[in-house]
Design a protein around this ligand. Structure first.
Ligand SMILES: CC(=O)OC[C@H](N)C(=O)O
Length: 287
């Protein structure tokens, strides 16, 4: 086979495997959306990429977003048999998203202030905005979650996975995460699709809000859209490497979940969950 034949074979095979879907959001455009959204939300910190004014940044964001929402919805549009309608809907969703930018900015500033209050190592908002992976991950999550609420398929997950690759913080765009969140030392953190996190929650490195089991139907097929991940109420602190699992698990407000804990049952408000303390054995006398 020559390269043309191989290419044709791969193309055909790919269409067969993925049911002929030929149009997807473009990974490069995801980067552009994230960078433009960041420049729009934090205009004094991040320069626009190719545009000159703040308004142009927002216009460009709207334009790229419309195109990518359209591409994400293209499969639906084939079934409906009309691309113009999909494009119009994509533009409407993009407009609705852009109108939410002031709210997203408020939420991001609240995250920054919560982090400033919670981390004595932070010298000020500038350091947090410019350096904290948690703020980048939260910013992208908050934008992606708005798109989930607007019913945009695929694109939100591509956005949070882009941030995941940069930060090691995996916040599923379908999760419901409240306001004033601090993620300190953001690395190796997972918040699953159906997790619910309240306000003023502090999350340290290595925290997992995960599933405990995967419910199946009578045919043994995994049930999707079932609540599999925990609920964490307001003012909870989740210290490093704590693992909280299960859709029915509720961490009551003002609780502290200590490092290296494994929690699969609900705990009432104001609880403190700890891993057994270390034991120190003296192996020989000091001289
Ligand atoms: C975070 C987590 O539990 O992931 C497991 C699986 N992806 C799920 O969503 O259930």
């Amino acid at each position: 086979m020559n390269s043309q034949q191989i290419a044709a074979h791969l193309m055909q095979n790919s269409c067969r495997m993925f049911k002929g879907r030929t149009c997807h959001p473009e990974p490069e455009a995801i980067r552009e959306i994230v960078l433009h959204a960041r420049a729009a939300l934090l205009p004094n910190y991040f320069e626009p990429q190719v545009t000159e004014t703040h308004a142009q940044t927002i216009d460009r964001l709207h334009q790229v977003l419309t195109e990518q929402i359209h591409r994400a919805s293209y499969q639906e549009c084939i079934h409906k048999g009309g691309t113009e309608e999909t494009r119009r809907t994509a533009a409407q969703k993009s407009t609705a998203f852009v109108e939410q930018l002031p709210l997203l900015q408020d939420m991001l500033y609240e995250d920054v202030m919560e982090t400033l209050q919670g981390d004595p190592a932070a010298t000020g908002p500038d350091e947090i905005i410019l350096t904290y992976p948690g703020i980048l991950a939260l910013g992208v999550y908050r934008a992606a979650h708005e798109l989930v609420k607007l019913g945009v398929p695929l694109l939100p997950r591509m956005m949070t996975e882009y941030a995941h690759r940069l930060t090691g913080v995996d916040l599923h765009p379908g999760a419901t995460i409240g306001r004033s969140i601090m993620i300190d030392h953001g690395t190796g953190i997972v918040v699953g699709e159906t997790a619910v996190v309240g306000n003023h929650v502090k999350i340290y490195q290595g925290v997992t809000l995960g599933a405990l089991y995967f419910p199946k139907d009578e045919q043994g097929m995994m049930l999707r859209e079932v609540k599999r991940h925990p609920t964490v109420e307001d003012y909870v602190i989740l210290y490093s490497n704590s693992t909280v699992l299960g859709g029915e698990t509720v961490i009551g407000h003002h609780s502290v979940i200590g490092s290296n804990t494994w929690v699969t049952r609900s705990v009432p408000p104001y609880s403190k969950v700890t891993y057994e303390t270390e034991s120190v054995v003296r192996t020989r006398e000091a001289h």
